[in-house]
Ligand binder design. Structure first.
Ligand code: ZN
Length: 237
């Protein structure tokens, strides 16, 4: 038994960055856990080690709850078939809610933007999550985001939540170069399909990110949204 454990430690596949920092003294399974934590955004090697040691110290039921939570989220969470928000069934809770104004669609880049806007409690319409933004330099074209699905919601009310026609599209993209480019593209396409277009008010500082804006700023941005006519107005700085 003991020798088998030692062998498995020795034969553990060393992951480059971990091995280079001399952590080969850890048992293979600990190395693996550290390596997995270190792959998470914003987690450096030291933090990864701290997290791994925390797991090692915790009671088995506590640690397994974390493992189960990870498994559950990957098994049960998908994208809403209408708006691409996270959902645990075909529709997300917002699209499924008949009290929301389904004729008003706020377009955001990522589910976390939607969550930030939703936390203001100011918005009663529905959303459309693009899952990205246009970036011609990196080859992100309209086909890489959910733009076509948004256009279909406008063209075919049956594809919108509750089968309701889309009256207004609010552009809630991040106020930076790619966000502005995406808004410009969408505003033309949406208006061509007969829906009104507006954009969040510019209380949001240029270059900022929606998900980090305060509730008050986001609430003002929704309230003071500006109609978009033939061109996007230049940003006031
Ligand atoms: Zn949805």
């Amino acid at each position: 038994m003991a020798s088998r454990t030692r062998d498995s430690v020795r034969s553990a596949p060393a992951s480059g960055s971990i091995e280079s920092e001399g952590s080969s003294a850890y048992p293979a399974s600990v190395n693996r856990l550290i390596a997995e934590f270190a792959r998470l955004p914003g987690i450096g090697r030291r933090s990864a080690e701290r997290l791994a040691f925390h797991i090692l110290k915790s009671d088995a039921p506590d640690a397994l709850r974390l493992a189960e939570a990870v498994q559950d989220v990957k098994r049960s969470v998908r994208h809403c078939s209408i708006c691409f928000n996270f959902a645990e069934s075909d529709l997300c809770s917002i699209c499924a809610d008949p009290r929301r104004d389904r004729s008003l669609v706020l377009v955001v880049e990522q589910p976390r933007d939607l969550i930030a806007l939703e936390q203001t409690g100011m918005y009663r319409g529905v959303y459309h999550v693009l899952l990205g933004r246009l970036n011609p330099l990196e080859g992100i074209t309209p086909a890489e985001i959910t733009a076509a699905d948004l256009f279909r919601r406008i063209e075919q009310p049956a594809r919108n939540c509750g089968g309701e026609p889309v009256r207004e599209v609010i552009l809630g993209l991040n106020p930076n170069l790619e966000g502005d480019g995406t808004a410009l593209y969408l505003s033309g396409e949406v208006r061509r399909r007969g829906a009104a277009v507006s954009r969040l008010a510019r209380g949001l500082p240029a270059g900022s990110q929606l998900e980090f804006a305060s509730k008050a700023v986001l609430a003002d941005a929704i309230e003071g949204r500006q109609p978009v006519t033939d061109r996007i107005p230049p940003r006031v700085t």
